[in-house]
Each structure stands twice: as structure tokens, then as C-alpha cells.
Design a protein around this ligand. Structure first.
Ligand SMILES: [Zn+2]
Length: 403
């Protein structure tokens, strides 16, 4: 139960109930389409006439369209309703330190196109280039309207200023991306941390999260991000910085982290940690992958490939990373007891090897028996991009803020 905040409340008006019921009906159509009005009335418990009034409004607003008539042995043939995928497009932008991916999706979250561009070091130049690419993408996929742009970033967004405030891996400093993007495209922009956006994507379109209201995502790349949905609500903290478990120091005198601390979880369990473990143990024979001269060029992708070929040193490096991934996940499970913890990142490609090591570290350290299911996501399903689409979708499909 939530306490009523007397500094920030909304009283219920006559349209409040209508808005709640409208969103319930819209979500029922999204989930059970194609569905008849009678089917909707059965599922939500509202009068047929009320359901008809709501669906007429949704049809008038072009959120919903009538499909083919159904077949019943006798009586009136019901008309089936479904979401109007053609109503609007959504642009998704997933910014990562090296590469940024853009996509266009319909309101059914189905991708119509996606493409990549380099991120680059100069934020002003990047935002200008990104704006042009978005406009080109919209021109190439004309829709009657575009609902907005969802952007995920490997950093934290200040909830009041909407500025990027903490992004050690981008090295951009404090930055306003929202205003110039909105000005250039004329569309509303929703910004969110990558791990938070992935958590929202799981909530909205995850395969194993039906009925789940406590969910965490751990995004593993050259950094580690954590997104938390507790009691069905994204946790943002006082300034939007909640979830920086990647910078909790696990080894006091461990390796130096970009944030200034030592032995942070991300310096022990990220992709670059595995690359460092490999470089530290690899032989230094000249010209061989992994020799000191090649150290900087052995990326996490190379390590995964070497593991597939049975390379002992690559296996050892990946196992070490997996162990520390498990150590951090044990901390999350012990502290927050989520129903589901989803792991996002290239590391899930080797989950046959990594999963059991993570599970063992969790078993050894977490005594709460939280019953958390640890699930890897399929990288082919583009979990980061799906998150950016969810950022825009939740404005229309999410529960309204009341009281
Ligand atoms: Zn750190």
C-alpha cells in the first residue's frame, strides 16, 4: 500500500474512472487480441454498454480497429477488435559507448527497421548526427504519426532536470540530450538508463514475466547496470541514480574502477574484466592472440569465440568473470528478493557455461532462499532496443498516476 503524498496528489474526478477503465480495456485488447466486446466485458467485469463506449472512443482515436466478424452458431456475429499497428510509429535509440542502434517499431513493439551508427566522443556532434539519422529513418518509414522517441543510455538520468548525470563509460559529463533531440525532430523524447529500460521491456513484453511484479535486470557489457522493478514500479531513487550496484566495491583493494573506487562489481564482472583476466593469463608469444601487443585488441567477442574452440585460458577468464557475476547477483537476491532476475548482454551467449557458475556462487552466498529465477535474455531479441520502445509505450498503456 502506498501512503498518499500530500505534496503531490491528484484527486479523483469523473474522468479518472473513465481513464482507468480505458487503459484496462486497451491493455486487455493488447494482450488478448483479436477479442470481441463481449469477451472484453467478460474479462474486465464492466457492463457491455460501458465497454462499447470505451471501444468506440479507442476506435475514434485510432488505437483500435475492427477486424473480421466472428462466427457464432446463431445470433449477431461479434466483431473482433485489435490494436491498430498502423496508428503510429515509435523510434528507439540505444546508445552504447562505441555503437548506437536505432530502430522504428509499431505500437505492437514489432521492429520495422533497425540500423547502427558510431557513437563518438563529441556529444554535440553525436546529437546532431543522431537527429539527422532519426529524421531519415522516419522519412523512410512514413506513418500517419510518430508517438515519440525512447532513448536508453549507459548512465543515469536526473529525474528532475532530465540531464544525463552519471555515465563514466561515455565520458560525456553532464549533458542535456532531450532538448536538442526534441527540437530537431519535433517529437517527445523519453530518456532512461539502459538497465531500467531493459527492466521495462521485460515487464511489457518479457516471455517469463507474466504476473511478476518484482523484477531486476543486470545488463553486462563494458559496465554493469541494474534496473529494478519493485511492486510493479521502476525504482529511481531520489535523483534517478538508484541501481548503481555496478559501483559497489566488493574488494576493497581490487582493481581501479573508472568511477574512482577500487574493486567495484563492474571492474570484476563486466566484459572488460574478462578481457583483463584473459590478458593477465595469456601467453606472450609474439603474434598470438592475447600477446601483450594484442592485449588491447582482444575483445569479449574474441574470448567467447576462443571459449567455443575450447581455449583453456579463455575458459578460465570467462569462468572468473562468471564467478564475480554470481557474487554480485547473490548480493541483489539477498537484498531485494526479486521474483525474476534477467541477465542482458553478450555473456548470455555462453550461458551453458556461465549459468551454472553464477548459480553456484548465488547458492553459496545467498541464504534467504528467495526463489529468484535467474534468466538469460536472447541477444537476438534486442532487449536493449525493446526497452526504448517500452519507454514510449508505457505512457499510453501504463497505469495512471492517482492519489
Ligand atoms: Zn566503480
Amino acid at each position: 500500500m502506498r501512503k498518499i503524498d500530500l505534496n503531490n496528489f491528484r484527486v479523483a474526478r469523473s474522468e479518472t474512472a473513465r481513464d482507468i477503465n480505458r487503459r484496462i480495456v486497451l491493455n486487455l485488447i493488447r494482450k488478448h487480441q483479436p477479442i470481441s466486446r463481449a469477451g472484453l466485458a467478460r474479462r474486465c467485469g464492466l457492463q457491455r454498454s460501458t465497454v462499447s463506449a470505451i471501444t468506440e472512443q479507442l476506435i475514434a482515436e485510432r488505437w483500435v480497429i475492427k477486424g473480421a466478424a466472428g462466427h457464432l452458431p446463431r445470433g449477431r456475429k461479434p466483431t473482433f477488435l485489435h490494436l491498430n499497428d498502423e496508428r503510429a510509429g515509435i523510434v528507439g535509440v540505444d546508445i552504447q559507448p562505441v555503437t548506437t542502434t536505432l530502430a522504428v517499431a509499431g505500437i505492437d513493439s514489432h521492429f520495422l527497421a533497425h540500423e547502427s551508427m558510431s557513437t563518438g566522443r563529441d556529444p554535440a556532434e553525436f546529437v546532431a548526427r543522431l537527429s539527422r539519422r532519426i529524421l531519415d529513418l522516419i522519412r523512410a518509414h512514413p506513418k500517419s504519426s510518430y508517438e515519440g522517441i525512447g532513448v536508453s543510455l549507459p548512465g543515469r538520468i536526473d529525474t528532475s532536470s532530465q540531464k544525463l548525470t552519471f555515465a563514466p563509460n561515455l565520458e560525456w559529463g553532464e549533458l542535456d540530450i532531450k532538448t536538442p533531440l526534441e527540437r530537431a525532430t519535433g517529437l517527445p523524447v523519453e530518456l532512461e538508463n539502459t538497465a531500467n529500460a531493459c527492466a521495462l521491456a521485460e515487464l511489457w513484453s518479457g516471455r517469463h514475466t507474466e504476473g511478476v511484479s518484482n523484477l531486476m535486470t543486470v545488463t553486462v557489457s563494458d559496465d554493469i547496470g541494474v534496473g529494478m522493478i519493485i511492486n510493479g514500479q521502476l525504482v529511481q531513487g531520489s535523483t534517478g541514480l538508484a541501481g548503481e550496484f555496478g559501483h559497489v566495491s566488493l574488494i576493497q583493494d581490487g582493481p581501479q574502477c573508472r568511477c574512482g573506487n577500487r574493486g567495484c562489481w563492474e571492474v570484476l564482472a563486466s566484459n572488460s574484466a574478462a578481457a583483463r583476466y584473459y590478458a593477465q593469463s595469456a601467453s606472450v608469444r609474439k603474434g598470438e592472440v592475447g600477446s601483450k601487443s594484442d592485449m588491447a585488441t582482444v575483445g569479449f567477442g574474441d574470448i567467447l569465440r576462443l571459449v567455443q574452440q575450447g581455449d583453456a585460458k579463455a575458459c578460465k577468464a570467462l569462468d572468473q568473470m562468471a564467478h564475480f557475476l554470481g557474487v554480485g547477483i547473490a548480493m541483489l537476491i539477498t537484498g531485494l528478493a526479486p521474483d525474476v532476475l534477467v541477465v542482458v548482454g553478450e555473456v548470455t551467449r555462453a550461458w551453458d557455461r556461465v549459468g551454472p557458475i553464477v548459480a553456484e556462487a548465488v547458492k553459496q552466498r545467498s541464504f534467504t532462499h528467495a526463489g529468484t529465477h535467474i534468466l538469460p535474455t536472447d541477444p537476438e531479441a534486442q532487449p536493449r532496443l525493446r526497452g526504448t520502445i517500452a519507454l514510449v509505450l508505457q505512457k499510453h498503456f501504463g497505469a495512471p498516476f492517482i492519489a
